[in-house]
Design a protein around this ligand. Structure first.
Ligand code: FES
Length: 349
């Protein structure tokens, strides 16, 4: 199920002082597995001090480019992100899971106006989406609102300027800098006033069909709330969290029973008994069951499974819709069993 492939790095290019673009060579026999939609991500597996690390990175290249490139920003106290920035080079090989994710742009035959709000490395999937929106229809428009500390810290700045040149009448960028005053850029962070400025002032005559939000949770919440206050329906707002605030697991405190869990992965059924205080994915991994996962923080969507029997409750969920939860889908990295028996199926999602 966790279907990793060894891929060779074809290039490592500096984007800023603290970020790189990592491109992979895709051999003929893996092109189908690594086809992707604009906005999806890959998971990279890497061993550090005998421990397996998994990290999800959004693809920045457009599907039409024939390339598979991710942008990786060096995080303070990071492990893989530091290694990628400081040590990885062309020719190195990494274990990579095929693209997945639901934060995607679907092409249609009619023209679309699309807006994106991104902060920092949240630009990576937006680069792929912007290029795809612009090239998929000659009348599509794309408005990018992009928050960073300064121009020097702005990932993909050069590529954004290239797109502005190429699509000068259809691609509009509003930079927002928190630590630099620059002509034509807003000063501060992306907040309610930024969203209102875009909707009610700068693009007041544009009716947007879709909004893509990518960055820290706080920015996503602010932008999403403000869009909805401006009458934009939730269905038109898609988001991808790049960091998520810690949610206290109050559920675990209230649970003290045991649950007999049946886990179905790749047509195999495993039986385990677990404390309800524990999370389903944690226990599944402890048992060496090869279930899919990536972030282990409720941010990606790799660990989704379907509940076939019993009940589980999630500590947090910002990914599954109410309808999906009602039909039994669950993020197993966030799920505590709450019934004496539980059956989860990773295959039926
Ligand atoms: S592993 Fe990412 S949401 Fe569960």
């Amino acid at each position: 199920m966790s279907d990793f492939h060894a891929l060779k790095i074809s290039s490592v290019d500096a984007l800023t002082q603290n970020s790189v673009a990592l491109s992979f060579e895709i051999p003929e026999d893996k092109t189908e597995a690594f086809q992707f939609e604009a906005g999806q991500y890959i998971t990279i597996k890497h061993g550090v001090n005998g421990q397996e690390l998994r990290r999800a990175y959004s693809i920045s290249s457009a599907p039409s480019s024939g390339k598979l490139t991710v942008g990786i920003k060096k995080m303070t106290n990071g492990t893989f992100s530091v290694y990628a920035n400081e040590q990885l080079k062309a020719g190195d090989v990494l274990e990579v899971m095929p693209p997945e994710g639901r934060f995607v742009f679907e092409q249609t035959s009619s023209a679309k106006n699309v807006a994106a709000f991104a902060a920092g490395s949240g630009i990576t999937p937006i680069m792929s989406i912007a290029q795809t929106v612009l090239e998929s229809h000659s009348e599509n428009q794309f408005v990018l609102v992009f928050g960073n500390q300064s121009a020097e810290e702005t990932m993909y700045l050069h590529e954004i300027q290239e797109l502005q040149r190429k699509y000068s009448d259809r691609f509009f960028v509003q930079h927002v800098y928190s630590r630099a005053q620059e002509e034509n850029a807003l000063f501060g962070r992306i907040e309610t006033s930024t969203v209102n400025f875009i909707l009610k002032n700068k693009f007041k005559d544009t009716s947007f069909d879709a909004f893509y939000l990518c960055g820290p949770e706080e920015m996503i919440n602010t932008v999403s709330d403000t869009l909805q206050k401006n009458g934009i329906s939730e269905e038109r707002i898609l988001f991808e969290l790049f960091t998520s605030s810690d949610t206290e697991d109050t559920l675990a405190e209230a649970l003290d029973g045991k649950t007999k869990v049946e886990v179905i992965v790749d047509d195999e059924t495993f039986s385990i008994t677990m404390d309800q205080k524990e999370l389903v994915l944690d226990v599944v991994l402890k048992e060496n069951i090869d279930a899919p996962y990536s972030c282990q923080g409720g941010v990606c969507s790799s660990c989704i499974a379907r509940i076939k029997e019993g009940k589980a409750e999630m500590v947090k969920n910002q990914i599954l819709t109410d309808g999906e939860v009602a039909e039994g889908l669950i993020l197993t990295c966030q799920a505590h069993p709450v019934t004496p028996t539980l059956k989860v199926d990773y295959d039926d999602v």
